[in-house]
Design a binder for this molecule. Structure first.
Ligand SMILES: C[S@@+](CC[C@H](N)C(=O)[O-])C[C@H]1O[C@@H](n2cnc3c(N)ncnc32)[C@H](O)[C@@H]1O
Length: 212
């Protein structure tokens, strides 16, 4: 590949894994537009009801937080977890009112270290994040830890074969087969239902886990 294109793709990959700086602002907008369909489907699959306590891990531009806030209504609570400091700052500003009233908590953390108590949430969504996580099994155990007994975990991923055709994914993305992600969720004690998302140009997969 042309070294300049290669460098641009490396920058794109770095931004997708940790949006930051001036470019990160544009990336946040891009993520909200490009991933909206998957995130809407993830929120629907999580069967979020009014009054529930729910979380979006790796919320990026924050569209998942908006959708979850709508679903939980006035009596529910949403937690957004991010490792990108700039996305945390952005969300605290964008959702100032909801954060001020305690309806939304925006907290630093990661898939393997969640700032949530054991058995404290009804539903967790995490879309387009596991590509950046080296310790997948550990992450699934941590995600399962925070679920209530009737809780739901929805992991959204792009189809790994389609993702592999995107030039930026060569720069550090972990494109695991869907079966590997399902197996990691099962090892964490979840029974997993799979749904296909026929999106273009990258079809998606929703993996819906429930404590066994
Ligand atoms: C490609 S973006 C996806 C954002 C959003 N979920 C979406 O689908 O549009 C990945 C996001 O996950 C965050 N992230 C990366 N690795 C993470 C990890 N190990 N734990 C939590 N968040 C992570 C990044 O900071 C980034 O905001």
């Amino acid at each position: 590949m042309n070294p300049i294109v290669d460098r641009v793709m490396s920058t794109v990959a770095g931004q997708l894994g940790n949006p930051h700086g001036l470019l990160g602002k544009g990336v946040a907008t891009f993520l909200n537009r490009g991933n909206r369909a998957m995130i809407e489907a993830a929120v629907a699959a999580a069967e979020v009801a009014a009054g529930e306590s729910v979380a979006d891990i790796g919320f990026g531009g924050g569209i998942g937080l908006t959708l979850l806030l709508d679903r939980v209504g006035t009596t529910g609570k949403v937690t957004g977890v991010e490792l990108s400091r700039d996305m945390l700052v952005r969300a605290r500003s964008q959702f100032f009112d909801q954060v001020s009233t305690g309806k939304l908590r925006v907290a630093e953390g990661s898939l393997t270290v969640l700032p949530l108590d054991i058995g404290s949430v009804d539903a967790v969504i995490t879309c387009n994040t596991v590509y950046f996580e080296p310790a997948l099994e550990e992450a699934c155990v941590e995600l399962a830890r925070v679920l209530r007994s009737k809780g739901r975990l929805v992991v959204g991923i792009g189809d790994p074969d389609a993702m592999a055709r995107m030039p930026f994914t060569k720069h550090g993305f972990r494109l695991r087969p869907v079966a590997e992600v399902v197996a990691a969720m099962e090892v964490a004690g979840l029974s997993v239902e799979q749904r296909e998302l026929p999106m273009k140009p990258i079809p998606g997969h929703l993996l819906i886990g429930r404590p066994e």
